[in-house]
Design a protein around this ligand. Structure first.
Ligand code: F6R
Length: 608
């Protein structure tokens, strides 16, 4: 939910911290701050508002001198966005400065205990407890102190801490919140995510829960809670620096929309060899698949919408019952999941708190778990029995596009793979389906080439107050995503409805000029959806339809029609979602919204 960074080396720390924070702003952007060792002790600069406010305050970091420091960009949880609630937080004497990503769940009793001892708190944050606890338990040894602190705090944390007595180093730890260590030449880093340090190093350590790391310019030491040194294998990041840069685009979202053919190709192609789906990453057998009682697909937001598509596709191909369920509901529903069931957990970031908790709940009931995850080494990837990575590269825009698309492609591969293993499809059908999945990158590329049509349609409708999305079955699943994409970045109210369900209440909201986006991309249900389109048109709606270019009656699907190429109907969601992403983007752009950083949101939701 927040982004943290730390630097120790021979260069000036503040500009490096600010540059790193600019790559982490997607994680939170309501305030930012840095703490740097300077000749006079620890200098803290922090402010409510975007990182640009802090940049201005520090002259892009040039007026804060020192070569060791930590930084933070915040998405408020405890306490409103304000200067005083911004990180870093100092202990009472100013001896320790702390940046934190996560939630200290037991901060109230800890705060009370410290206040009873006369310690004064200045902010409303949970993090300030850590700063005071550190000072309270400090015995001259930062590792011992860190062990004492993490023994007492509950919840999730990635912490970076400066100690006045150790001006040539800083200490960090993580649990259930992401943090990597970057290993440079004469300089070392911590960061919430590799994109923040890619300009400096590609050599990183992934940290396990409660591994404590002490960073100096000339080396990094990692310890466990028994204070034993842990030997770690560095991991070489292969991402291109440009993957985390805008590269001439006005927004990351458009760059990521355009990257979808490449991301799809990178996710699909290595997994299709000689016409066969190869999922070496998991080890499913025919007997296992045949014996699955039920599949749960568990995720949040857009990743859940992938799950809704997955329900239709897996049930159709494998004839196994599937329930797609949002993680925050699953975890508290006392689910009936058992060891006969399979849980598919979908997450771009791999750190969404509800999804991670749901994964643990599924495992605790004995279910096998497969993670579909984008961020390598993330908590969900680590905790899943098997992982199928999406190879989308870093996704920076808060509204997901390429991660959604690559997640869909993995669901297709897995569905066809399981259907074949279980003998539910024959060789001929299998070959055809595999061929169709292979076509997706090129088909998506063709749709993107016609994006001006969507831009034109957006210019007609960007002043709407409310927009409905309707569709049946897979089209309904894509409607959910189209509606979310639009509302989260343009702030236009929108709802997605199963087309046949509208007349059971919601149709009363349709009035003259209401825009309804109608997806009618399926052959079998085309006429049924057209009937629903007629119902809303009869009540004054203007309809923007999506239909296949070779559908003879496609003009019946709307007053304006976006035509899509034909692919096996099960995979149409990959094509239909593209104009909807573009529509959301262009509407938000015409409304002058902050597309990459929509209000109130953050990219990784590490709180429940
Ligand atoms: C919407 C969006 C969110 C995420 C959701 C889950 O555009 O991006 O709805 O899909 O917060 O995040 P991950 O996939 O990281 O678990």
């Amino acid at each position: 939910m927040c982004g943290i960074i730390g630097y120790v080396g021979s260069k000036q720390a503040a500009p490096i911290l600010l540059e790193g924070l600019s790559k982490l702003e997607y994680r939170g952007y309501d305030s930012a701050g840095i703490a740097v060792f300077s000749d006079d002790g620890i200098t803290v600069k922090k402010s409510r508002g975007r990182l640009s406010v802090l940049s201005e305050m520090t002259d892009s970091g040039t007026n804060v001198s020192g070569t060791v420091g930590i930084g933070h960009t915040r998405w408020a949880t405890h306490g409103e966005p304000s200067d005083v609630n911004s990180h870093p937080h100092l202990s009472s004497s100013g001896r320790f400065a702390v940046v934190h990503n996560g939630i200290i769940e037991n901060y109230i009793p800890l705060k009370k205990k410290l206040m009873d001892k006369g310690i004064e708190f200045v902010s409303e944050t949970d993090t300030e407890v850590v700063a005071h606890l550190f000072e309270y338990y400090y015995n001259g040894d930062v590792i011992d102190t860190m062990i004492k602190v993490i023994e007492r705090v509950e919840g999730s944390y990635a912490l970076g801490i400066l100690s006045l007595d150790q001006p040539n180093e800083f200490i960090a730890v993580r649990k259930a919140s992401p943090m990597i260590v970057g290993l440079g030449e004469g300089e070392n880093f911590i960061a919430s995510d590799v994109t923040a340090i890619l300009n400096h190093t590609r050599n990183i350590y992934y940290l396990e829960d409660d591994e404590i790391v002490v960073l100096r310019a000339d080396g990094v030491k990692v310890y466990n809670v028994d204070r034993e040194e842990v030997k770690k294998e560095p991991f070489q990041v292969s991402w291109d620096v440009s993957a985390a840069e805008k590269g001439g685009y006005e927004h990351f979202m458009m760059k990521e929309i355009e990257e979808q053919p490449k991301a799809l190709a990178e996710t699909i192609n290595p997994r299709i060899q000689d016409g066969k789906i190869v999922l070496d990453d998991i080890s499913l057998t025919a007997d296992y698949v045949k014996g699955i009682n039920k599949i749960y697909i568990i995720a949040c937001g857009s990743a859940y919408h992938v799950g809704v598509v997955g329900k239709y596709v897996i049930e159709k191909l494998c004839r196994i019952p599937v329930e797609a369920i949002v993680a925050s509901e699953f975890r508290y529903s006392d689910p009936l999941i058992t060891d006969k069931d399979l849980a598919i957990i979908i997450s771009q970031s791999g750190e969404t708190a509800d999804t991670l908790a749901a994964l643990k709940e599924a495992k605790s009931k004995g279910a096998r778990t497969i993670g579909i995850v984008n961020v390598v080494g993330s908590a969900i990837a680590n905790a899943s029995d098997d992982v199928l990575y999406t190879w989308a590269g870093p996704e920076i825009a808060v509204a997901t596009t390429k991660a959604y698309s690559t997640q869909l492609s993995v669901i297709y591969l897995l569905s066809v793979y399981m259907a074949k293993l279980a003998g539910r499809i024959d060789d001929a059908e299998y070959t055809k389906l595999v061929e169709e999945i292979k076509r997706l990158p090129e088909l998506v590329s063709g749709i993107l080439e016609k994006k001006e049509q969507v831009q034109y349609l957006a210019s007609k409708f960007f002043n709407c107050h409310s927009i409905f999305f309707i569709g049946r079955n897979l089209d309904y699943a894509v409607s959910l995503e189209g509606s979310l994409k639009l509302k989260e970045i343009s702030y236009i109210h929108s709802e997605a409805y199963a087309a046949g369900e509208l007349k059971h209440g919601t149709i009363s909201l349709i009035e003259n000029g209401t825009l309804v986006v109608a997806l009618a991309t399926g052959d079998a249900l085309f006429d049924k959806t057209v009937s629903n389109i007629k119902e809303v048109k009869a009540r004054g709606a203007v309809v923007l339809g999506l239909a296949k270019a070779d559908e003879p009656h496609r003009q019946d699907s709307g007053d304006y029609v976006i035509e899509l190429p034909r692919v096996n109907e099960l995979f149409m969601p990959s094509l239909a979602v593209i104009p909807l992403q573009l529509f959301g983007y262009y509407v938000a752009s015409l409304k002058g919204c902050d597309i990459d950083k929509p209000r109130n949101l953050a990219k990784s939701v590490t709180v429940e």
